[in-house]
Design a protein around this ligand. Structure first.
Ligand SMILES: [Zn+2]
Ligand SMILES: [Zn+2]
Ligand SMILES: [Zn+2]
Length: 165
């Protein structure tokens, strides 16, 4: 990946995150309108919470935040909203952290690969079809049928690397 692409993938720690979140919600509204599904208040609020930062957020943290705003928010409500957002590719589940992160390219169907910073928790997604194709080819070669694939890579993001050098 070129330096430029890496910079775009890993946002600076003091970037204008309100703009990111606003854009993500706008995009979600557009996608839902195109698909004639409803981005209800609760779905939208859960999406905003997942987009609280670029760090994956667990279901309990989301529920906690929501219950502070609406005392009646029950776990099934949050899980249903998360399922909806996952189904429409607006968020991804990070299996190793059992947490959720907003998708940065929800218009394009993809199986993302994730780069997770161990220091600050920032997670970026790669969307490289070559990785997917390589897994398919190799699995096929040994007669294995792929059901799920989750690629999560841990390391240090460019900002944390810079800060520690
Ligand atoms: Zn941001
Ligand atoms: Zn994505
Ligand atoms: Zn970092």
């Amino acid at each position: 990946m070129s330096k430029k692409a890496a910079e775009m993938t890993f946002v600076d720690h003091n970037h204008d995150h309100n703009a990111c979140r606003g854009e993500a919600v706008e995009r979600a509204e557009l996608i839902c309108a195109q698909r004639s599904v409803r981005l209800t208040d609760i779905r939208k609020r859960v999406l905003e919470l997942v987009w609280r930062g670029h760090k994956p957020l667990g279901a309990y943290e989301i529920l906690d935040a929501l219950q502070k705003e609406r005392s009646g928010a029950a776990p099934p409500t949050v899980y249903r909203a998360l399922d909806f957002l996952l189904e429409h590719g607006l968020i991804h589940r990070i299996e190793s952290l059992n947490a959720f992160v907003g998708c940065t390219d929800p218009e394009t169907p993809h199986r993302a690969q994730f780069l997770i910073c161990e220091k600050c928790g920032t997670t970026a997604e790669l969307n490289d079809p070559r990785i997917d194709a390589a897994i398919n080819d190799q699995a096929k070669a040994v007669g294995f049928s792929v059901l799920r694939r989750t690629i999560e890579v841990e390391g240090t993001c460019p900002h944390c690397t810079e800060a520690s050098s």
